[in-house]
Design a protein around this ligand. Structure first.
Ligand SMILES: [Fe+2]
Length: 236
């Protein structure tokens, strides 16, 4: 299980906004949490024909695993650099933690906001309150899908598209670059991986077809739970 709270607490401790007190944190005594690859909630071939088993297996067992491995290594090196007072190495590792920690968070969210096509979870009826809010914001679910799809296709390079809930402004569509996660007051409702590794083996340069088909496997039940705050997004 990914404990996002611990990652966020760890990062907050590394970049305190107030005067640092030695009592707050002692790097030499800090136990570094070891993160592990979460199991998929379905089989590798469960999202076919929309996402092939080959893509799912590589994406989960190789790409996501690499983010987890690199995150764990970087966390250990960062703690060592803090203990040694090596600022340059700390900064270097912070970038590695950001990238791989973000990759771990994003993919953990992504697997759970997908489900086999035709399952109950992939029917918008599983998200009555979320869909009502979407209709209020974008006019209709179809109009929202058009805007979201267009946003996904507008991402340059590697990144993610997200539907987020903001306690002040309601629902919004945002994109994040590379493996940057959704942070701050935005709660990710669902996200779509727009890295080439998410679709290229099956769709080649047909990115639009990937985006069109992803709607068949969006898990609206999970999205509703995140929207309502009944699933602990940050403690997956
Ligand atoms: Fe990915």
């Amino acid at each position: 299980m990914v404990n996002f709270d611990n990652i966020l607490k760890y990062l907050a401790v590394q970049a305190p906004l107030r005067a640092f007190s030695g009592e707050d944190f002692n790097a030499t005594k800090m136990a570094v949490q070891e993160y592990t690859l979460p199991a998929l909630p379905y089989a590798y071939n469960a999202l076919e024909p929309h996402i092939s088993a080959q893509i799912m297996e590589l994406h989960h067992s190789k790409h996501h695993q690499a983010y987890v491995t690199n995150l764990n290594n970087a966390l250990k090196l960062h703690v060592a650099a803090v203990g040694a007072g090596d600022i340059a190495s700390q900064i270097e590792m912070q970038q590695v933690i950001k990238f791989n920690g973000g990759g771990h968070i994003n993919h953990s969210l992504f697997w759970k906001n997908l489900a086999p096509a035709e399952s109950e979870e992939t029917k918008p009826e599983a998200a009555k309150k979320l869909v009502a809010a979407v209709e209020k914001t974008w006019g209709s679910l179809d109009d929202f899908k058009k805007v979201f799809s267009s946003t996904l296709l507008g991402i340059q390079g590697s990144g993610w598209g997200w539907l987020v809930k903001d306690s002040v402004n309601g629902l919004r569509i945002v994109t994040t670059k590379d493996q940057d996660p959704v942070v701050g007051r935005d709660v990710p409702v669902f996200g779509v991986d727009m890295w080439e590794h998410a679709y290229y083996l099956q769709y080649l340069n047909g990115k639009a077809a990937y985006v069109e088909n992803i709607w068949n496997v969006i898990n609206w039940k999970t999205a509703e739970e995140r929207f309502l705050g009944t699933s602990e997004v940050t403690k997956l």
